[in-house]
Write a protein that binds this ligand. Structure first.
Ligand SMILES: [Zn+2]
Length: 161
């Protein structure tokens, strides 16, 4: 993850199957950031079939590259308490200082411009093919991922059955 690369498929598959095995009765699982490759989508399809579950919808949060880069470049985190900030959208009250515990904020190692650029390349090569994969199955819901967070949340709510 520090290199901006993806977690191995076998590990992800095990985590997902364990999650589904632990879920009992009627419930809904929301997977965030998974699957990211066609192979993972096939793993998920097989796992849901084995568990007698159905995949209701796949949400694509559509955001332009430049906006993504800006969002990631502005992220700050507290190394002590884990609180998250953004220089423009969620600023701390005192610049560079955690509101919760007063510790100096840091930029995550994997949020540097080179890693972000690499992450976008990995996304285009490995994840963009899922748009066709789920589009062909009639499951893809494209949601505009810009604007106020509560509006994006509402769009996602309406996109998921
Ligand atoms: Zn803190």
């Amino acid at each position: 993850m520090k290199r901006g690369e993806l977690v191995p498929d076998a590990l992800i598959a095990k985590i997902i199957e364990d999650l589904m095995a632990r879920a009992s009765g009627a419930c809904t699982l929301l997977l965030d950031g998974f699957p990211r490759t066609v192979v993972q989508a096939q793993i998920l399809e097989a796992a849901t079939a084995r568990c007698g579950a159905t995949l209701a919808a796949v949400v694509l949060l559509d955001v332009a590259d430049a906006i993504l880069v800006d969002r990631i470049a502005g992220r700050r985190g507290c190394p002590k308490c884990g609180a998250g900030y953004h220089v423009t959208s969620i600023p701390s009250r005192r610049e560079g200082i955690c509101d919760v515990c007063g510790t100096g904020l840091v930029i995550r190692k994997d949020d540097n411009p080179e890693t972000v650029k690499h992450r976008l390349e990995v996304y285009k090569a490995q994840t963009v093919p899922l748009i066709d994969f789920y589009g062909a199955r009639g499951m893809l819901r494209k949601v505009v991922g810009t604007g106020p967070i509560d509006e994006i949340v509402e769009r996602v709510r309406q996109a998921v059955p």
